[in-house]
Design a protein around this ligand. Sequence first.
Ligand code: C2E
Ligand code: CA
Ligand code: CA
Ligand code: CA
Length: 280
Amino acid sequence: AKNRGRGRCVEFDQGMDVRAQEHARLAADLSAAVERNELALVYQPIVTLPHGELAGVEALVRWTHPVRGFVSPAEFIPVAERTGLIVQLGAWVLYEACTQGAAWLKELGPAAPGRISVNVSARQLIEPDFPTVVEAALLASGLPAERLTVEITETAVFDGGPALAAVTAMRELGVKVALDDFGTGHSSLGLLRTCPIDVLKVDKSFVDGVGQSPEQEAIITSLSQIGTSMRLLVVAEGVETAAQAERLHEIGYRYAQGYHFARPLKPADIADYATATAGV
Ligand code: C2E
Ligand code: CA
Ligand code: CA
Ligand code: CA
C-alpha cells in the first residue's frame, strides 16, 4: 500500500509538472501575442429594454494563437494575471477600445455606442500608474472620458485600499465604474456602501433564474430595486431568450446584454447593429 501511495504521488507530481510547463508556455506565447498582432477586441452590445436599442458595448479580448487557434479569455486572462502580463495586455485593451470608440463617434455620430466598457482586472487596477494609463488612452484616442466605463469585480475592490483609490481616480477623470458579475462575490451589498460606482452588472447566474421560481425572481427583482434606488444603471447580463428579456423588463430592468440581442461582434458589425436599431 505504501508503494502504491508513493507511485500515485509521483504521478501527481508529474501531472503538476506538465501543467506548470503548459502554463509557462502559454505565458511566453502570450507575451509575444501583443507584438505579433494576435490579439483582437470584439464588442458585445449592451442594449435598452424592451427594444434592444444600442446603449453601449463591452470590449472582450480574443486571442488567435498561430498553432492552437482560438484561446478563450477564460483560459488566458488568469495566466496573464498570475504572470503580471495583464498590466501590459490591459493597457493595450484600453488603448484599442478607446481608439475604436472614438472612430465610431466620427463614423456613426449620434448612432455610435454611447459607452465603451472595458474589463479591468484586480492586478491592473492596483498598479500605481493605472489612472495615468487610462488618462493617456483617452488623450491619445480623443475619446471623451464620460464615454468610457471600466468594469471591475467585487473581489478586486474587496480589499479596499489601492483599489478603492483607483475607483475614486476614475470618477475624478469622469470615467464611469461598473461592478461586474454583481452578486457572485462575498460582500456585494457591503461594497455598495463603500465603493462609489455608477453601474451594476447583475450576473448571469441570477438572470438564469428569471421565470424559474418566485424565490429566484425575488432576488433578481431586489437587485434591480437596490441599484435603481441608489441611482445606478442596472444591466442584466447573459440574457439568452425573448422570455427572459420580456420578464426582466416587467420586473424593472432597463438595460440588458446577452446572446438574445447580440453575441460579441467585430467593429463593422457593431456599426450595422447601431444603424439597424437606431430609433427603434
Ligand atoms: P465577463 O466580463 O463577465 O464577460 C461576459 C462573458 O459572457 C463574455 O465571455 C461573453 O461573451 C459572455 N456572454 C455574453 N452574453 C452571454 C450569454 O447570453 N450567454 C452566455 N453563456 N455567455 C454570454 P468571454 O468573452 O469568453 O469572456 C470571459 C471573461 O474573460 C469575461 O467575463 C472577463 O472576465 C474576461 N475578459 C474578457 N476580456 C477581457 C479583458 O480585455 N480584460 C480582462 N481583464 N478580462 C477580460
Ligand atoms: Ca465584464
Ligand atoms: Ca460579467
Ligand atoms: Ca464573468
